[in-house]
Design a protein around this ligand. Structure first.
Ligand code: CA
Ligand code: CA
Length: 268
């Protein structure tokens, strides 16, 4: 019995994550089929081509303003999309230093009305990686598109590429700006933020040091090479090298050390 509850809870979580709703009656059959059977073949072929060209991820130079649109709404069948509003581009990559990321919303019937647009965390987090928005856009009759801009936060620390979502919702209910996300494959955009920072590598300046026992402290220089973005830490410790009788012993020949070394941004 308990197992059934857990199972149905997991199912609801899966549906919520994939479709923005946990009730099956709100999900379009075409959407469900795409999730279960994968993207249409045409799209997969295009994606593979893109991955092959970009070698899974483009090489971003520090400070480079870069944007690439990966998946366009035109690749989807009309039945999978929202009838009234939608995004043109459904997945894009932007460099961390792009400053502002612009997304376009299409008013498909060009009728007057309002639509909510807001961001949602995934692996990227608001305030750390981008500035969240939650706006209500009003289209006048005849107006086909509107854009919103999302500020991307540039820092010096290395981190993996991270995603957040921009989604459309219905602002015309009592829930207001917490309104339900619109149904359809083209009502959310995944934005991948590409990190442009390179932490470099840590090495000893001299891997072999001869130190006379008559001298006290042995100073060992550690350097950071190639790049020096952001703060990095490295652990270090002394270990005995087994050489039989000639082994230098901790507590006898040297004092055991185990600590953490921190390099600040640009410190080498
Ligand atoms: Ca950066
Ligand atoms: Ca960074």
């Amino acid at each position: 019995m308990e197992e059934d509850v857990v199972k149905s809870q997991k199912m609801r979580q899966f549906l919520q994550k994939k479709f923005g709703t946990s009730s099956i009656q709100h999900i379009e059959l075409a959407e469900l089929k795409t999730v279960l059977e994968g993207e249409p073949l045409m799209m997969r072929a295009k994606y593979r081509k893109q991955v092959a060209i970009g070698a899974t991820r483009p090489v971003i130079k520090k400070g480079q303003k870069y944007r690439q649109d990966h998946v366009l709404a035109t690749n989807f069948d009309k039945a999978m999309k929202n009838d009234s509003y939608g995004f043109k581009c459904l997945h894009m990559s932007v460099s961390e230093s792009i400053d502002k990321c612009r997304v376009s919303i299409t008013n498909k019937h060009k009728t007057g009305g309002s639509i909510g647009v807001r961001t949602r965390d995934d692996t990227a987090c608001k305030d750390d990686d981008y500035i969240a928005i939650n706006e209500i856009l009003t289209f006048s009759a005849g107006e086909a598109t509107k854009d919103v801009e999302i500020k991307i936060i540039d820092d010096h620390g290395w981190e993996p590429d991270e995603d957040f979502y921009v989604e459309l919702y219905d602002p015309n209910t009592s829930k207001g700006k917490d309104g339900d996300k619109l149904h359809g494959r083209d009502t959310e955009v995944r934005v991948t933020i590409l990190d442009d920072d390179k932490p470099g590598q840590i090495a000893f300046s001299n891997p072999n040091i001869r130190h006379a026992a008559t001298h006290s402290d042995c100073v060992i220089n550690v350097k950071r090479i190639h790049d020096a973005d952001g703060e990095v830490t490295v652990k270090y410790k002394t270990i005995e090298i087994d050489q039989g009788e000639r082994t230098a012993r901790a507590g006898v020949d040297f004092e055991k050390v185990e600590a953490v070394l921190t390099f600040g941004h640009n410190e080498t």
